[in-house]
Write a protein that binds this ligand. Structure first.
Ligand code: NDP
Length: 245
């Protein structure tokens, strides 16, 4: 166990698969007390049970991050159950890539709602709690797609550029008590590609992208950032497969 992580109350959005799930398991092994949010509650319950079997503590809570009320209730549940909130991992995200010509406006809306507004609702709910505690940390999932553009990625990259801007703005305003970490993963094994409904785009990317690194590689980076002493703020980490250009 990492003594900086042990006992911390850590809420993770999008904990039902991929990076969120791997992060929950790794942080639980370091002694964190977890609050798990996503829409697929069956998955969350199974994950919470797995964490308890390993001797950890976890609370599963239904969460749609596009619903401001549900995000508020998620943070409230953490505070009610565990008495505080040390870290919010804003991880929930979707990536339905497609060319703009395809006109998939509903998917643009969904990316903006989940990837941008979901993060903002998390900040709105958790920041007052962390202010009153005079301590806390946000870990926001951006992407390499928050640094470079590629065709079919206009909207998705736009949402991740927004995550970077929001995170840096939060960092500048947060002051000495609250840490802000942005994680930029490269191609990582998860269910994220399943959200690509545009078949041509999906087939192209599956050929183009290198073999993914495991989700636990990102979980280890998140654990490293959380595991630093309170006066050390790891602001940005880029973690990608060696083969990714
Ligand atoms: P997954 O698809 O495996 O996980 C996404 C998670 O987000 C799921 O748990 C899903 O849960 C949740 N989610 C989606 N919509 C909502 C919603 N409206 N409310 C609550 N939860 C929601 O993908 P990853 O693990 O890869 O993605 C995690 C983050 O990492 C994302 O922000 C993604 O953009 C980022 N990322 C991933 C990369 C990769 O290559 N995998 C690369 C760079 C960044 P449920 O459906 O149950 O609600």
């Amino acid at each position: 166990a990492n003594y900086e992580i042990n006992g911390k109350v850590i809420a993770i959005t999008g904990a039902s698969s991929g990076i969120g799930e791997a992060t929950a398991l790794r942080l639980a092994d370091h002694g964190a007390r977890l609050v798990l949010g996503a829409r697929r509650t069956d998955r969350l319950d199974a994950l919470a049970a797995r964490i308890r079997e390993r001797g950890g503590e976890a609370l599963a809570q239904t969460l749609d991050v596009t619903d401001r009320g549900q995000v508020g209730a998620f943070i409230d549940a953490a505070v009610q159950h565990f008495g505080r909130l040390d870290v919010l991992v804003n991880n929930a995200g979707v990536m339905p890539l497609s060319p703009l010509d395809a006109g998939r406006v509903d998917e643009w809306d969904r990316m903006i709602d989940v990837n941008i507004k979901g993060v903002l609702y998390g900040i709105a709910a958790a920041l007052p709690v962390m202010r009153s505690q005079r301590s806390g940390q946000f870990v926001n999932l951006s992407s390499i797609a928050g640094q470079v553009l590629f065709p079919t990625g206009a909207v998705y990259c736009g949402t991740k550029f927004a995550v970077n801007a929001i995170s840096e703005g939060l960092r500048q305003e947060a002051g000495a008590d609250i840490r802000v970490t942005t994680i930029a993963p490269g191609v990582t094994a998860s269910e994220l590609f399943d959200s690509i409904a545009d078949t041509a785009t999906r087939e192209h990317l599956e050929k183009e992208f290198p073999d993914p690194i495991p989700a636990d590689a990102i979980a280890r980076a998140i654990a490293f950032a959380i595991g630093q002493p309170a006066d050390v703020d790891v602001n940005e980490m880029v973690v990608r497969p060696t083969a990714q250009t």
